[in-house]
Each structure stands twice: as structure tokens, then as C-alpha cells.
Design a protein around this ligand. Structure first.
Ligand code: SF4
Length: 348
């Protein structure tokens, strides 16, 4: 029997995911269904299913969207040609890209314009990697963190930049960075790595969990890169770890012989799933919070959405601005509500 659950803090929703979920909630509240979303808004099966029930259609090709219908682009960032196609096709296009992904897009454009060859460390085919590389495909070589740098052949070894997907494992990034610095002493890289605060905080929390727990359960979906990185970090610390989408995925045999079980969640996993997982683990002596840091990052809703809703609010003379049950909060006081509340509204 499990004696105690150690619950990581921070875990779960990051500021980018909060923003994207709230933005898509606004879209389904303002427009008649269907609302279209290019790629999964965030990589979590429960979140995607909640939006599908609320009338969102997820597509992998902008051409699938009927002319004029509202479109949202996912938090992972989209290729410039996708943004342009969506803008042309839709009367209302909202890009819910996380600002920390946008920062990497800018780095790709800037370094390519300066004539650098770019190593982009990321996972082949992942939405974020595809979108970032598309900013300057001729200048970028994708290197998976498990590969060596051998397949990268720069024209000028003194003009090489190293950029990364925001959700890599910290130890993976450190490995590639030290190899690249050794091979290219003039290497350019961002002053702080491209790994985002949410990635590094959640991984640091897993490292701390691993000091006290012999098993770690990571709540999140299979296609969530940062969730998978949390599992790899736990394994790297020598601790058994499993990713679970929810309580139904737990094999009771995993829990045998573990008195302290660590629990955390990827940046796109709802906290409700975490609580359900803890209920199944059923620790005899309850849950202890293991806090490594606090997060107060907040990303405002996309400007095009804010402008659109403000115009609408003005038109209906406050009918939307006054908060009612089943309505998102006023767009001006977006900080006052969260993505968890937004997901609850979808079920109303
Ligand atoms: S994991 Fe990081 S980069 Fe991705 S949405 Fe969250 S804050 Fe943004």
C-alpha cells in the first residue's frame, strides 16, 4: 500500500496553455459552432475532447476550413504560410501561439537573416518544431536530442547558432550544448536557453521528487513533449516513472512496493486529472506538497481576440461584459479567471 503521495509544485497548466484554453473558450462562446482550430490547441486528450464537445473542429490543413469560418491557431506556433493562409481564409483568425514559442521563431528569422546556419534541437514532426523551422527552412537543420551533430554541415563553422524546442529535457539540452560548443567555439545561442520556465520548473520539481519517491506518475498525454520529457527526467534520475492520461491508465501492479509515490503533470494536463490519479493511488497518510518554486507568469489573450471581443462588447452595450454564469469574464480582467474555470464553462 502507498503511504504518501508527494505532489509536485509547480505542475500542470503553464501560462501559455492557460492563455490558449481561455482564448479558445472565448471563441466557442462568441461564435456559433463549428469553430476551427489548426492542430490540437494544446497536446492533451481531455482538453481536446472537451473542446470537441463544445463544437470545435480540429484540422491539420487550413484548406479543410470552410471559407469565412473563425479559425484559431494552436499554442505550439504555426509556419508563416499557415498563418497567412488562415488569415486569408477566415473573417476572424486568432493565433494562440505562446509568446515563448514566438521568441524562438524570431531567433530563427534573425539568425538566418544574419547568414548563420542553425541547429534546431527538437523532435522531428512535433508541431512546435515544424512551425519554428518553417521560418527559415534552408538555414535550419533539425537535430533530435538523442542524435549526434554529425549530420549538421555548416557552410561557415564560425557562424553557427543553436536553438531549441521549448520543451526539451534540461539534461538533453545541456548535452547538445556542450557538444556544440566544443565543435563550434564561436557558437551563438540565446542568453538563456530556449527551454521555457514551465519546462525547467516542472523538471526541477521531478528531480526533487526523485530524491524522496521511488515511483513517479506523470499526468499528461502521449503527444505532449514536455510530459514525455518529465518521464525521461525521472528515468535519468534513476526512478521508475509512468505517464498516464488519467486514473484509468494506472496499472495497480506499478504501485506495489512503493511507499512514497511522486505525482506531477505536464504543462497541458488539467489538475482535475491529477486529483483523480491521486484518488486511485489512495495514499494511507495523504498528500504532501513538494514546492520548488512559485510561478506568477501570465500571458494576455491574443491581441486580435481582445480587439474582436472588445468591439463586440461595445456593440452589445455590456451584455457580454457583465459576468454571468456560463460566460467568460470581461476581456479586460482576464487575469481574474483561469483555464480550469474555462474548461468548466465548456461543460455548462
Ligand atoms: S510549455 Fe512553455 S513554451 Fe509551451 S506553452 Fe507552456 S509556457 Fe509556452
Amino acid at each position: 500500500m502507498v503511504d504518501k503521495v508527494l505532489l509536485a509544485q509547480p505542475r500542470g497548466f503553464c501560462a501559455g496553455v492557460e492563455m490558449a484554453i481561455k482564448a479558445l473558450t472565448w471563441m466557442v462562446r462568441v461564435f456559433e459552432p463549428p469553430v476551427y482550430c489548426y492542430h490540437e490547441i494544446v497536446h492533451n486528450a481531455a482538453v481536446v475532447a472537451a473542446f470537441e464537445r463544445a463544437g470545435v473542429v480540429f484540422v491539420d490543413d487550413i484548406a479543410e476550413v470552410p471559407q469565412g469560418r473563425p479559425i484559431m491557431l494552436s499554442a505550439h506556433g504555426s509556419a508563416p504560410e499557415v498563418v497567412a493562409a488562415a488569415d486569408e481564409r477566415s473573417a476572424v483568425m486568432v493565433d494562440a501561439v505562446c509568446p515563448l514559442v514566438t521568441k524562438v521563431h524570431h531567433e530563427v528569422k534573425r539568425m538566418a537573416a544574419k547568414g548563420y546556419d542553425i541547429i534546431y534541437v527538437g523532435h522531428e514532426g512535433h508541431d512546435e518544431a515544424v512551425g519554428a523551422i518553417a521560418e527559415a527552412p534552408d538555414a535550419v537543420t533539425l537535430i533530435d536530442p538523442s542524435w549526434t551533430l554529425e549530420r549538421f554541415e555548416p557552410e561557415d563553422p564560425e557562424r553557427v547558432a543553436l536553438l531549441a524546442q521549448t520543451t526539451l529535457g534540461m539534461y538533453e539540452w545541456d548535452g547538445v550544448l556542450s557538444d556544440a560548443r566544443e565543435t563550434y567555439p564561436e557558437l551563438w545561442t540565446a542568453r538563456k536557453s530556449d527551454l521555457c520556465y514551465a519546462t525547467t520548473n516542472r523538471q526541477t520539481a521531478v528531480q526533487e521528487l526523485a530524491k524522496q519517491a521511488s515511483l513517479i506518475l506523470v499526468v499528461g498525454s502521449e503527444n505532449s513533449s514536455n510530459t514525455q520529457a518529465l518521464v525521461r527526467v525521472a528515468h535519468n534520475e534513476g526512478v521508475a516513472a509512468h505517464r498516464v492520461d488519467g486514473p484509468g491508465a494506472i496499472d495497480p501492479g506499478w504501485l506495489e512496493g512503493h511507499s512514497v509515490v511522486g505525482v506531477t503533470a505536464g504543462a497541458s494536463a488539467p489538475d482535475q486529472r491529477v486529483q483523480e490519479v491521486i484518488d486511485v493511488v489512495a495514499p494511507a497518510n495523504g498528500v504532501e506538497l513538494l514546492r520548488v518554486t512559485s510561478e506568477d507568469e501570465y500571458f494576455p489573450l491574443p491581441p486580435s481576440l481582445r480587439r474582436f471581443v472588445q468591439t463586440l462588447q461595445a456593440l452589445v452595450e455590456g451584455a457580454v461584459a457583465a459576468r454571468k454564469p456560463g460566460q467568460p469574464g470581461p476581456i479586460e480582467s482576464d487575469r481574474e479567471w483561469g483555464a480550469t474555470e474555462a474548461l468548466e464553462l465548456l461543460e455548462v
